[in-house]
Design a protein around this ligand. Structure first.
Ligand code: ADP
Ligand code: MG
Length: 282
């Protein structure tokens, strides 16, 4: 397989699905790690107050650590908050601390409340560029399980949404609200936002049901669904408790191999997809 290519310009990807437990964080950290291992510069922004992505990347995110909250609410420069991941050179993380939960409310009273993340990412790029330091090829945003202001900030900042779906019976049902939100953001705040990829996660390859669900999702989103899928794997679920992604915790296992394949497929594909079939989802 060919390594992941460098995108033509820095690409901002929001990993989102308002349903919890579908594999957003697992996908965000392993996609980020796989791209970084292919030599790309990747910044992961943890926008979930639970901070699971920060944990998985071994980035300190206690009360007294600076995090994305300080950037969004207190206007600290993003560059002061990002830290390099100890295991994976080229992978940087802006961690989330618990106070981020309050940002959902605190942002309401601030100017440009839904554009703050976009502004700080743009600002980081120009600051790095001006000082002739390398800019990231990808900014990957791990979204919380809701469609509130934190997710809205991610969707306004993003070029693409990356949607993990759990390969289970009601997989498509939860997508209606997300697709509607994406449509609203496209109509008002970010006309260029695209659905870049849909990834089937926690697929149990042995069951007929899994195959049926995969087929149905592909029927609704023929262009968006990645050919690669992510199987259920104990290694994937236990790696965060060792402060690692599966890419370093079990680099030759099925979890790492499937995320590497998904990352390369994602990086290679043509990014012209849009939210077709939006009205059909149910
Ligand atoms: P979300 O961020 O959408 O809430 P997570 O990525 O945190 O979802 O995943 C939910 C749970 O499922 C976590 O405990 C995670 O470790 C586990 N998990 C995610 N993907 C897999 C997989 N492919 N196989 C087994 N467990 C998984
Ligand atoms: Mg999560």
């Amino acid at each position: 397989r060919v390594k992941a290519p460098r995108p033509r310009r820095p690409k901002v990807v929001a990993v989102s699905n308002q349903k919890g437990g579908v594999g957003k964080t697992t996908t965000a950290v392993n996609l980020a790690a796989a791209l970084a291992q292919d030599g790309l510069g990747v910044l992961l922004i943890d926008m979930d107050p639970q901070g699971n992505a920060s944990t998985a990347l071994s980035i300190a995110h206690d009360d007294d650590d600076l995090g994305i909250y300080d950037v969004l609410v207190d206007e600290r420069p993003l560059i002061r908050v990002v830290k390099e991941c100890p295991d994976i050179p080229g992978l940087w993380c802006a961690p989330s601390t618990v106070d981020l939960a309050g940002a959902e409310i605190e942002l309401v009273g601030l100017t440009h409340r839904e554009r703050r993340l976009k502004q700080v990412i743009d600002h980081l790029y120009s600051a790095l560029d001006r000082s002739r330091r390398p800019t990231p090829d990808y900014v990957i945003i791990d979204c919380p399980p809701s469609l509130g202001l934190l997710t809205l900030n991610a969707l306004v900042a993003a070029d693409e949404v990356f949607i993990p779906i759990q390969g289970e019976y009601y997989a498509l049902e939860g997508l209606t609200a997300l697709m509607r939100t994406i449509g609203l953001v496209q109509a008002s705040m970010n006309p260029d936002l695209a659905v870049g990829a849909i990834l089937l996660t926690m697929v149990d390859g042995r069951t007929n049901l899994a195959a049926q669900v995969a087929e149905e999702v592909r029927r609704h989103f023929p262009r968006e669904v990645l050919r690669s899928t992510i199987p259920r794997s104990v290694r994937l679920s236990e790696s965060p408790s060792f402060g690692q992604t599966v890419m370093t915790y079990d680099p030759t296992g099925t979890g790492a191999l499937s995320y590497r394949a998904a990352a390369r497929e994602f990086a290679h594909r043509d990014h012209g997809a849009s939210t077709s079939d939006e009205g059909d989802v149910r």
